[in-house]
Design a protein around this ligand. Structure first.
Ligand code: ACM
Length: 268
């Protein structure tokens, strides 16, 4: 299957402009699955929760409905980062969309820095969407720092982890090579580029969107600063072979009885 990543620079608060840009970019390249950055319709650096609340939308809502229509026009599917309003809660979400509508929603579990002042943390366990042809896991940006996220998705049978991102810290792209290798899955990080400046704060996003294969091989990686469409042709069945040697298997060799995965013990 063809996976395409859109590396781009959303403009803060300009939802119509951002959606129009996404709609145009999607027609540049045939793909079975597109992956777009985190908060691709709104931008990232909200002044506060009130501003986020004004821009957040339900899923389904106007932005996802417009993108579902685009999926139908182009015969594709996509994962896109959206600021989601759900009742009184505001989530940093990623919607999995197809011509048939919303196929799944993931709400970011590990909020980064001042996201904690505006968003609610995703309350749901990680899950895998779809079956048969593609089992799709989703994590968002800073989830990369918690290997439990990718591991949970692999244990649930994910073939491909879609990873919409607005990365600002170094090392994620390299860390995702390890996440792909240790779990034997494809990992596709669609990162944004550009600078956002707001109320004396500024963030530069790091680009280098990439698709990594189940043996840790970088299939495609973009540049640091420009808008780009990146394409990878992947054989999903490669993610279902977890063998390392004739005597080792990535998932079956785990020893959960030897691991501690609960609360951390912090020396006082
Ligand atoms: C991030 O999670 N947007 C760094």
């Amino acid at each position: 299957m063809q996976v395409a990543l859109l590396q781009t620079h959303p403009e803060l608060g300009a939802v119509e402009r951002n959606l129009a840009h996404i709609r145009t970019q999607l027609s540049r390249q045939p793909a079975d699955l597109w992956i777009l950055p985190e908060l691709a319709t709104t931008g990232y650096l909200f002044a506060d929760r009130d501003e986020l609340a004004r821009l957040a939308e339900p899923i389904p809502g106007p932005s996802t409905e417009a993108l579902v229509r685009r999926c139908a026009e182009l015969g594709t599917t996509l994962v896109v980062g959206i600021a989601e309003r759900f009742g009184r809660a505001l989530y940093n979400s990623a919607a999995y969309l197809g011509p048939d509508g919303v196929r799944g929603v993931y709400r970011k579990v590990h909020l980064f820095e001042r996201e904690k002042l505006a968003f609610d943390p995703g309350p749901d366990p990680f899950r895998v969407f779809g079956g048969g042809g593609l089992r799709l896991g989703i994590m968002i940006c800073f989830d990369w720092m918690f290997p439990e996220a990718a591991r949970s998705l692999a244990l649930l049978g994910a073939d491909l982890i879609a990873h919409p991102a607005n990365l600002v810290l170094p090392h994620c792209q390299d860390a995702m090579v390890t996440r792909a290798l240790e779990n034997g899955v494809f990992v596709a990080t669609a990162n944004r580029v550009g600078l956002e400046e707001r109320a004396g704060r500024s963030l530069r996003f790091t680009g280098h969107s990439q698709v990594v294969g189940p043996r840790g091989e970088i299939i495609v990686r973009g540049g640091e600063s420009g808008d780009e469409v990146l394409v990878a042709t992947i054989d999903v069945s490669r993610a279902r072979e977890k063998r390392i040697t004739d005597h080792n298997d990535r998932l079956r060799d785990r020893r959960p009885e030897c691991y501690s995965l609960g609360d951390a013990v912090r020396p006082s």
